[in-house]
Ligand binder design. Sequence first.
Ligand SMILES: [Zn+2]
Length: 418
Amino acid sequence: MFLVAVVNANSMMWGIFIGDGLVSLVDDSAEGRAVIRQLISEYGDSPGSRTILEKTYLKKTRLTGATLTGDKLKLAIGQAAFVGVRSTAVVVDGKSLLYMNSKEDAQQLLIALKQPYFANNGKTYFVENVQLADALTQKGNIVSVDRALDLVKNGFQTIAPYQVRDGDTLWDVATRAGLSVEKVLAMNPDLNSEQLKPGDSIKLTKTENLINVETVYKKIAVENIDYKVVEKQDSSLLKGQVKVAKQGKNGKKEVTYQIVQKNGSEVARKQIAAAVIAEPENKIISKGTRNLLASRGGGRLSRPVSGPISSGFGNRGGRTHEGIDITGRVGTGIVAAESGTVIRAGWYSGYGKCIDISHGSGVITRYGHLYSIDVSKGQVVSQGEFIGELGNTGYSSGPHLHFEVRVNGEAYNPLNFI
Ligand SMILES: [Zn+2]
């Protein structure tokens, strides 16, 4: 500026001012007004320029100096209005997004944007191409670091928040705005969603960040390896018998993930390495394959006597009935259910007169409450061979055969084998 500003009490001149600053002195106030009007018509389309041009005015002043006219006057006003001051532009994908006072301010902004997302084990970067450049701008465009942060995160438009009315629930408010409750909560982290009060304000729209920060980092986690369940055929068990031979045990592995976060929210995760710390141990289930009657190549038991079953196997009055009861008349013939060796033939406590026949591999059949025993211990019998007569001896409430099948001492339901 080539004005020499000194106070001269005797002469008042017309000055053109922007805000408090003198731009030029003019001899002719009408020309000055005409130049301002002309500039508004040429450059007033952009809101920033219009604001500044509308702050341009004429006033009598005691300041003195050379006066300007014509193009020189227009240039002086134009430069003062538009060219403005030196600044640092934050250029995002080639477009000047913000103007800041200095490079230091701009760098502070960039650090403040990244800092919350720094990760020990990775890197943090902007999604957009962000550069700083020297630029001239109108003074009014320059923003502070705080304001710049706000603009980057919330965009240039400020949206009036929703004021909660009596009876509103968060669900109502979100639904009316076409948003999910989760999204509204994400936008309003400080909101007490349980107790909305009339007058609470809720932010309902959020523009996209103007600069986005991505973080890529590695995360190591120790995770379980689930054990497998393996079935094994086991000829030492009867068909239908299932036993847990070995409990499973989960293994452990160290898994390394590469995680990508955008503005702090995870957007991708991929496993990049895994190392087994401890192998899992399979759970082994043994399934029986052995037919009860191996000696007969898988044959089944014969029914030792025909007749209705009056009492089945299993729970009876709180106790386990370890066989089945087949009713019949006293003296009815009883036959061996399968070939074997008689290992008991005599009175046996509550069973009364009782016969046990061993069929090998731990399998025996038992016949209780007999009226007569017609075999002796050590005798080998064939399937279907007569061994005694149905009776009512021992602890018995009426004539019947109590018939049991035991494998290694454990009672099984005989009906599964007949
Ligand atoms: Zn019984």
